[in-house]
Design a protein around this ligand. Structure first.
Ligand code: GDP
Ligand code: MG
Length: 177
C-alpha cells in the first residue's frame, strides 16, 4: 500500500491503549512518521496523528489517537474511545505487569467502545528478547480466548508495526464493505 493524495474514501479512528512506557507513542511515531526516539517524553495532552493508506483501491485515512499520559491515573476518558473502530492494546514483553494489566484495559475498552471494534494485542520491544518476561504463547493464548488479533513488535527496529496497523485497518475496511 502507498500514500494517497486527493480524495479520502474513509476515515478510521484507532486508539492506542496500555500501561505507561510500553511504547505506544513510539509505535505511533514509527507508523505515522517512520521515526523513533529512545528518550521520548511522556505524552502531554490528547493527541492524534494521521496517515493515509490505500486499501483495495480506496484511500483510507487512519486517525490514530495516543493517550495523554493518563494511563497511570486510569483517567482515559470516554471521549478518547468515542467513535473508535480499531484499537491497539499494547504491553511490553519485558514487563510482566504490563501484560497482567491487559484484561483491565480490555474491559475498559469494551465498556466504552463500539462493540464491533477491531482489537490487536501488541507485545512491543522484541528487540529486548534477552529481557523477555512474557512468553509469546501466553499472549497468543489470551488473544485467541478473547478473539483478538496478536502480533509482537519493535518500534525501535520497525518490526511488525506496519503489519499491526495494516491488519486492523484492513479488517475494519472489510467490515464496512
Ligand atoms: P508510552 O508511554 O506507552 O507512550 O511509551 P513511549 O512510546 O513513550 O516509550 C517508553 C520508552 O520505551 C521510551 O524510552 C521509548 O524509547 C522506549 N521504547 C518504545 N518502543 C520501544 C521498542 O520497540 N524497543 C525498545 N528497546 N524501546 C522502546
Ligand atoms: Mg506516550
Amino acid at each position: 500500500y502507498g500514500d494517497a493524495s486527493q480524495r479520502i474514501d474513509y476515515v478510521f479512528k484507532v486508539v492506542l491503549i496500555g500501561d505507561s512506557a510500553v511504547g505506544k507513542s513510539q509505535i505511533l511515531a514509527r507508523f505515522a512518521r517512520n521515526e523513533f526516539s529512545l528518550d521520548s517524553k511522556a505524552t502531554i495532552g490528547v493527541e492524534f496523528q494521521t496517515r493515509t493508506l490505500v486499501i483495495q483501491h480506496k484511500s483510507v485515512k487512519a486517525q490514530i489517537w495516543d493517550t495523554a499520559g493518563q494511563e497511570r491515573y486510569r483517567a482515559v476518558t470516554s471521549a478518547y474511545y468515542r467513535g473508535a473502530v480499531g484499537a491497539l492494546l499494547v504491553y511490553d514483553i519485558t514487563k510482566r505487569q504490563t501484560f497482567d494489566h491487559i484484561p483491565r484495559w480490555l474491559e475498559e475498552l469494551r465498556a466504552h467502545a463500539d462493540k464491533n471494534i477491531v482489537i490487536m494485542l501488541v507485545g512491543n520491544k522484541t528487540d529486548l528478547e534477552d529481557q523477555r518476561a512474557v512468553p509469546t504463547e501466553d499472549a497468543k493464548e489470551f488473544a485467541q480466548k478473547e478473539g483478538l488479533f496478536f502480533l509482537e513488535t519493535s518500534a525501535m527496529e520497525a518490526r511488525n508495526v506496519e503489519d499491526a496497523f495494516f491488519t486492523v485497518l484492513t479488517e475494519i475496511f472489510n467490515i464496512v464493505n
